[in-house]
Write a protein that binds this ligand. Structure first.
Ligand SMILES: *[C@@H]1O[C@H](CO)[C@@H](O)[C@H](O)[C@H]1NC(C)=O
Ligand SMILES: *[C@@H]1O[C@H](CO)[C@@H](O)[C@H](O)[C@H]1NC(C)=O
Ligand SMILES: *[C@@H]1O[C@H](CO)[C@@H](O)[C@H](O)[C@H]1NC(C)=O
Length: 258
């Protein structure tokens, strides 16, 4: 993949970060309730933006790349808000341009994937990173991705693509070249049962990560299924633990390496 020539923004920072008013609960990760961010359109891309936390570093941010269910999935918005509560300005673009998978396991995934190829999806993410770097003046970006978006976390961690550190929960269709091509620390949260990221594939990915020059981490969570990073059934203790721990895995990874 060719590096992207992002412009270097010239910015002055003033102490005008929007006040962060947490919901009644002070818990960082929340599974229920109303999202507290807003959707805005920038450069033709709809972006869900969580309220900037007071203590956020003005030069760093989290780019949240969703699973196939995209912005309409409540859990995605709540998790983006959770990253904000953890201290990061968080931006979640609509990588499907208004055409996410319906929230129904019987949707035609083949047709969906045929429509949302890397050719179609990469430019939306590029536009988002361009906005984050050139307009919002972030110069260090952590990318977090789930299922469909997990692969793109790796794609944008490649040299010159715009992200500096990455995390992926149960990435699907991750290619060897995308793993070997990273240019920053990468962390993965894997599910016990995941036909899109089977144990044999996980071992291959671990050994490829080992061949890169960057810190890496792969964590496996028992009692979890593909999608648990966002759509865990939180009535089930192992799934709830897995989802929360995968979230804090990402947060700690970003705080350590961003
Ligand atoms: C993506 O674009 C490249 C270059 O235009 C083309 O060769 C390739 O076939 C496209 N791939 C898909 C999956 O559309
Ligand atoms: C990583 O590479 C080292 C050195 O080649 C090797 O000894 C080790 O077994 C590898 N570990 C994994 C998890 O691939
Ligand atoms: C979630 O788990 C609870 C407790 O085991 C169960 O009753 C419920 O049906 C599950 N929900 C879904 C959507 O599977």
């Amino acid at each position: 993949m060719r590096p992207i020539n992002y412009l270097v923004a010239v910015c002055t920072f003033s102490a005008t970060a929007k006040a962060w008013t947490p919901e009644a609960s002070s818990d960082i990760i929340q599974h229920v309730g109303d999202p507290v961010g807003r959707e805005e359109v920038h450069n033709g891309v709809t972006m869900y933006i969580s309220p900037t936390p007071k203590a956020a570093d003005p030069k760093t941010a989290v780019l949240y790349l969703t699973d196939a269910f995209g912005l309409p999935l409540l859990e995605n918005k709540l998790l983006a808000d959770s990253f904000a509560r953890a201290g990061f300005t968080t931006i979640m673009p609509d990588i499907f341009r208004g055409d996410p998978a319906p929230h129904d396991i019987y949707f035609d995934s083949e047709a969906f994937l045929a429509k949302h190829t890397t050719n179609v999806t990469d430019p939306v993410i590029e536009t988002t990173i361009r906005y984050m770097r050139e307009k919002l003046c972030f110069d260090r970006i952590a990318v977090t991705g789930y299922c469909f978006g997990g692969r793109y976390a790796f794609r944008f961690l490649a040299e010159g693509r715009g992200a500096n550190v990455g995390f992926a929960a149960h990435p699907s269709f991750l290619q060897d070249s995308e793993v070997l091509g990273i240019s920053g620390p990468a962390s993965i949260a894997a599910a016990e049962i995941d036909t899109l990221f089977e144990p044999a594939r996980r071992f291959e990915v671990e050994s490829m990560l080992n061949q890169t020059a960057y810190p890496y981490q792969v964590a496996l969570y028992s009692g979890t299924f593909h999608g648990f990073g966002t759509r865990a059934n939180i009535s089930q203790p192992e799934q709830k633990f897995g989802k929360e721990e995968a979230f804090f895995q990402a947060v700690r990874w970003f705080k350590a390496w961003l």
